[in-house]
Design a protein around this ligand. Sequence first.
Ligand SMILES: [Zn+2]
Length: 373
Amino acid sequence: MAFTPEDYKFMKKAIRLAAKGTGFVSPNPLVGCVITDRDGNEIGSGFHERYGKAHAEINALDSIRDKSALLGATVYVTLEPCAHTGKTPPCALALRELPLARVVIALQDPNPKVNGGGISLLREAGIMVETGLLEEEVRKQNEFFLHYITTGKPFVTLKVAQTLDGYIAAPDGSSQWITGKEARARVHAWRAAYDAVLIGRNTALTDNPRLTVRHVQGRQPRRIVIDGPLSLPENLNLFTDQFEDRTYVVTHNEKAFREKGDPMLRMLSPRSFQGQTLLVHAREGHTDLNQALSVLAREQITSILVEPGSDLVRAFIRQNLADKLELFVAPKLLGGGTRAFIGLGIERIAEALKLSRVSMETIGEDILITAYF
Ligand SMILES: [Zn+2]
């Protein structure tokens, strides 16, 4: 099917609109929609703004005052209109009641509850449906959702900031401020986009981070700390600041969990330190990250930005649990300290872990390398 330059223009706008929902629609996908009249003039647009609220198509329809303009109209939508009743009635049913000529869809929804169902409903109503326009852009825009819906696990990104010679911390253990302020702003924008930020117990102890969104506008993600022994001090920022109820602790210490995590206490005092402690199995003496990801997925966490020390880098990579790497390289040398990528169990060049879809960007004085595992 050949798409016109106008088709591209309107779908690009729909994708831009979809992005405005970033951070607010999870576990739903980002979706944008543009509607044109039969002469190809834009008459309405909308996007999925917030989980549980109206879908993009409905917001776009609501933006049109004169509904007679819908005779022979074209709807551009980044994701297949839904065919199942979720928090809202199915969009495909609303669209098929309208005198539309055409619906252009970037990506068929792989959600088993939809997956072609929306397209069928529209075609049965005699509406021409075309798919695949700018599909790759929409796949990338919704990489969290697509991963979550097809694997049942959150999309996991490792964020590492290292010096030119590969160190993430100096010999004295200090690790903050390796990168410049532009890179830090980018990290904060990511925090606002991911459902959760995850750190290990050593980082929690050493840096006592807040993991909040500060240098950009955006919503506060949930915070996860892997604390195997369940013995982190309760006065850390993660447990005492205004977002303490958005902090999860994952442990494998059942004894300490039973002592701290009285379920009645949790019900009575949901904002207490015990409120969000998750118990998973141990795996070779450490917290089973794979199981932790499954449990967190059930909490509707579809994406996790891991801000790891070298222990967590090693664990996520060796257990094949990381999907993406965001590697900042600062133009600095330390000549010693802690490396991020050690102990991967690789002996020969031929065994090297090869990443794919690599891209590079200069951010302030630093370089950002993005790649997929
Ligand atoms: Zn819908």
